[in-house]
Write a protein that binds this ligand. Structure first.
Ligand SMILES: Nc1ncnc2c1ncn2[C@@H]1O[C@H](COP(=O)(O)OP(=O)(O)O)[C@@H](O)[C@H]1O
Ligand SMILES: Nc1ccn([C@@H]2O[C@H](COP(=O)(O)OP(=O)(O)O)[C@@H](O)[C@H]2O)c(=O)n1
Length: 219
């Protein structure tokens, strides 16, 4: 691991993109490379969705989802149940409620503002959570490629079902009024459809190194 930044100045990196695009892989690699803390913001929404399902509720119930967001137990964030496709769907439904997003805003912004900086990945990091981020990367890949990658994590699942679930979630995430999934105007598009993990990570690190060198030169 190299630490070219060495906290001479704060570095905030925003990584956004659709479901299973590889944004978490890239965000974790950037965080390790620069010695920065990383937040997977999707796990917050997954935890809220899971809490609603566990309470026997409907993720479309804004009042219940908001109550779950306001009382979120951070211990839940490592629960393997969060990775289930039913939880992912519930996350996508609860995340469309503006009150749920409001309840989760402060902890994400505080994470982004910590001394030294941070890497966050999600859907609205570059647009809402950290609009002044030093580097914004919008990671994408074709739906077919993303579905293959997600299915490879759980090969027992049917490819067509995995693909349909991702497409449904992308449509909901992009179509909602509250902080929809969209590429920030000042972000760099990284289409990894034809890149393996190592190539995609190397490309993201090169982008970040270039941005940091530019920022250092401006000081
Ligand atoms: N460029 C890539 N090539 C092949 N597989 C990848 C690539 N990027 C990520 N993956 C794999 O695809 C899956 C989804 O990646 P992940 O980083 O979890 O995506 P996201 O955070 O966008 O949901 C993981 O199993 C990951 O190892
Ligand atoms: N910053 C974020 C992160 C996730 N989400 C929601 O949470 C769901 C799960 O996010 P995730 O990042 O864990 O999903 P994957 O891309 O890993 O499949 C998404 O489908 C979005 O609906 C969001 O609205 N805003």
């Amino acid at each position: 691991m190299t630490a070219p930044n060495e906290n001479r100045f704060d570095v905030v990196i925003a990584v956004d993109g659709p479901a299973a695009s590889g944004k978490g892989t890239i965000a974790r690699a950037l965080a390790a490379h620069f010695g920065l803390p990383h937040m997977d913001t999707g796990s917050l929404y997954r935890a809220v969705g899971f809490a609603v399902l566990r309470a026997g509720g409907d993720p479309a119930d804004a009042a219940l989802a908001t109550a779950c967001a306001r009382t979120l137990d951070v211990k839940m964030l490592d629960d393997p149940a969060l990775r289930e496709s039913t939880t992912a769907r519930a996350a996508s439904v609860v995340s469309a409620h503006p009150e749920v997003r409001a309840a989760l805003l402060e902890c994400q912004q505080a994470f982004a503002r910590q001394p030294g900086g941070a890497v966050l990945d999600g859907r609205d990091i570059g647009t809402v959570i950290a609009p002044d981020a030093d580097l914004k990367i919008f990671v994408t890949a074709s739906l077919d490629v993303r579905a293959k990658r997600r299915q490879a994590e759980t090969p027992e699942r049917d490819y067509a079902v995995v693909r349909a679930n991702l497409a449904e979630r992308d449509a909901r995430d992009s179509g909602r009024d509250a902080a929809p999934l969209r590429q920030a105007d000042d972000s760099i598009l990284l289409d990894t459809s034809d890149m393996d993990r190592e190539t995609a990570i190397a490309r993201a690190i090169a982008l970040a190194e270039a941005r940091l060198a530019e920022k250092a030169g401006l000081r």
